[in-house]
Design a protein around this ligand. Structure first.
Ligand SMILES: Cc1cc2nc3c(=O)[nH]c(=O)nc-3n(C[C@H](O)[C@H](O)[C@H](O)COP(=O)(O)OP(=O)(O)OC[C@H]3O[C@@H](n4cnc5c(N)ncnc54)[C@H](O)[C@@H]3O)c2cc1C
Length: 435
C-alpha cells in the first residue's frame, strides 16, 4: 500500500497552494481526478480560442497570496481597471446598479432613488448585524423597493436559483456594496461611482487564460498526480481508496472536494454527519463560450436582471486579454444558472446569441464562429438555514478526525480564487506546525 504523510484531495488552487506550502518540507500526495490541474481555474483551447470556466479574474487583497500569485505569473500578468455594467430596461448603466442609476430611464431612476431614501429615512438602511436575515427582506430594508424590484431581486433569483425568502445574507458583505444616500443620488444624477465593490481593479494573465496560474503553481508540485480520483476515505483507519490505483495510507488529510460529496465518501461518517451533508444545496452553472468575428464593445462584463435574457451575466474575455482569441476575433463567456436540472444546450445557445444581439454586444449571429459549453455542476453553494445548521455538525466531526476541509467547496462558501490560495497556504502552515 502506498503511504504518504499528507493526502490532499483535489488539485484546484486550494490544493495546489497547500502543496506549495508543503513542498520540500513534508511528504505529500496531491490527488486530482481530472487530467489537468486547476479545478475551476483552468483554461481549455478550441479553434484558436482559449476559454475559461467563465471570467476568472484575480482580486488580490492579502500580501502573502498576492506575492505567491504574482510571483507564479511573473511577467505574464496585467492589472486592469474594471468596466462592468448592468443591462436593464433596454439601457446600460455602470456597476453597481444601486450606486449608478444614471443610465436608467427617468421613471426607474426616480423610483429607485426615492425608494432608497425612504428605506434609509425609516432608519432601516443598514445591513443586518448578524447576517441571518433572508435576502429578499434584507434588500427591501437596505436598498428600498425600487432597487430591489429593478435589479437586486430579479438578478439574484436568476443567479442563485433558490427562493430569495430562504436565501440568507452571510455572503453579501464583500459582494453587494451598500452605498450611502449621497452616493445613490450622485450616481443617479451626477457623476458615476466608479470605485465601488471588491473588484474595481483586477489582475489577469496576459497569455493562456487563468489556467496559466494553475499551470505555473502545478509546475512546482512534485507530489501532484493527475487522473487520480479518491472514491472513499476511512478517517479512522487513515486509508483512502483511489480509483484505478488502490488504497493509500495517510497520516493527515486536506480535502478540497465539495463538502457534501466528501462527507458521503467518508466510510466512518456518523449518520448525523451524513444527514447534515445531505441538507447542503448548490446551483449549477452552464457557461457558453463563444468565439466571435469582428469588433465588439469595450466592456468587461455585464449583468442581466431581465427575464428576456436566459443568462445572468455575460463577459468579453478578450477585453481583458486579447491573446485569448486569434487576431481580429473576440471571445464571450455567458453564464446560465439552474437549480441542478439539465439545460437544453441547443435552444439555450440560440437564446444566448439572440440576447447578445438584443443588447448590442454583437451585431449579428453570423459573427459567431466557435462555441464551447462548460458545465460547473457545483457552482454557488446556497446560504440558507440548512447550511447554517449543517456546517457545525460536519466540521465538528472533521476536527475530531483531524481533517482540514478547505477551498470554495471544501469549506462550502462563496469565495474567490485568492481565498482558496490563502486557505491552502494556511492548511499547510498548520500541518508544518504539527496539526
Ligand atoms: C461561475 C464562477 C465564476 C467565478 N469567477 C471568479 C472570479 O472572477 N474570480 C475569482 O477569484 N474567483 C471566481 N470564482 C471562484 C473560483 O472558481 C474558486 O474560488 C476557486 O477556483 C476554487 O478553487 P478550489 O481549489 O477551492 O476548488 P476547485 O477549483 O473546485 O478545485 C477542487 C478540485 O478537486 C478535484 N476533485 C474533486 N473531487 C475529487 C476527488 N474525489 N478526487 C480527486 N480530486 C477531486 C476537482 O477536480 C478540482 O480540480 C468563480 C466561480 C464560479 C463558479
Amino acid at each position: 500500500m502506498l503511504k504518504t504523510d499528507t493526502l490532499i484531495i483535489g488539485g484546484g488552487l486550494a490544493g495546489l497552494a497547500a502543496a506549495k506550502g508543503l513542498e520540500g518540507r513534508r511528504d505529500y500526495l496531491l490527488a486530482e481526478k481530472e487530467i489537468r490541474p486547476g479545478g475551476l481555474a483552468a483554461t481549455l483551447k478550441k479553434g484558436g480560442y482559449h476559454f475559461d470556466y467563465s471570467g476568472h479574474l484575480l482580486h488580490l487583497r492579502w500580501p502573502e497570496t498576492t506575492r505567491l500569485i504574482l510571483g507564479a505569473l511573473g511577467s505574464n500578468c496585467r492589472r486592469i481597471k474594471r468596466d462592468a455594467r448592468i443591462y436593464a430596461h433596454d439601457s446600460w448603466t455602470p456597476f453597481p446598479f444601486q450606486a449608478n442609476l444614471s443610465g436608467m430611464p427617468d421613471g426607474v431612476k426616480a423610483e429607485c432613488v426615492s425608494g432608497f431614501l425612504k428605506a434609509y429615512n425609516a432608519g432601516l438602511g443598514r445591513p443586518a448585524p448578524d447576517g441571518v436575515e433572508a435576502f429578499a427582506p434584507w434588500c427591501r430594508r437596505v436598498f428600498g423597493a425600487g432597487i430591489s424590484r429593478h435589479f437586486m431581486l430579479p438578478y439574484n433569483a436568476k443567479l442563485w436559483q433558490h427562493p430569495l425568502s430562504r436565501l440568507t445574507t452571510e455572503w453579501c458583505a464583500p459582494f453587494v456594496p451598500v452605498p450611502r444616500p449621497e452616493e445613490v443620488v450622485e450616481g443617479a444624477y451626477g457623476r458615476p461611482n466608479s470605485g465601488m465593490g471588491y473588484n474595481t481593479v483586477f489582475h489577469y494573465p496576459k497569455r493562456g487564460g487563468i489556467g496559466a496560474l494553475s499551470n505555473a503553481l502545478a509546475a512546482g508540485s512534485r507530489g501532484l498526480r493527475l487522473g487520480l480520483e479518491v472514491t472513499s476515505v476511512d478517517l479512522k483507519k487513515r486509508i483512502a481508496e483511489v480509483r484505478h490505483f488502490g488504497p493509500v495510507h495517510f497520516r493527515r488529510l486536506v480535502n478540497t472536494s465539495p463538502l457534501d460529496e466528501f462527507a458521503a465518501m467518508c466510510a466512518d461518517a456518523p449518520a448525523a454527519v451524513r444527514r447534515a451533508a445531505a441538507r447542503l444545496r448548490h446551483n449549477t452553472v452552464y457557461v457558453l463560450n463563444l468565439g466571435v468575428k469582428g469588433a465588439v464593445p469595450p466592456l468587461h462584463w455585464g449583468y442581466f436582471p431581465g427575464s428576456g435574457f436566459p443568462f445572468y451575466r455575460a463577459g468579453i474575455a478578450t477585453n481583458f486579454s486579447p491573446e485569448l482569441a486569434p487576431r481580429g476575433r473576440a471571445s464571450f463567456y455567458i453564464e446560465i444558472a439552474t437549480p441542478g436540472r439539465a439545460l437544453d444546450l441547443a435552444s439555450a445557445e440560440e437564446a444566448c446569441i439572440r440576447g447578445l444581439e438584443a443588447c448590442g454586444l454583437i451585431k449579428s449571429p453570423a459573427q459567431v464562429e466557435e462555441a464551447m459549453w462548460l458545465k460547473i455542476p457545483c457552482a454557488y453553494v446556497i446560504y440558507d438555514a440548512d447550511r447554517a445548521a449543517a456546517l457545525p455538525e460536519i466540521f465538528g466531526w472533521l476536527k475530531e478526525r483531524r481533517v482540514q476541509s478547505i477551498g470554495r467547496y471544501g469549506s462550502w462558501k462563496y469565495s474567490f480564487m485568492e481565498e482558496s490560495v490563502r486557505e491552502g497556504l494556511e492548511a499547510a502552515a498548520r500541518l508544518r506546525s504539527g496539526w
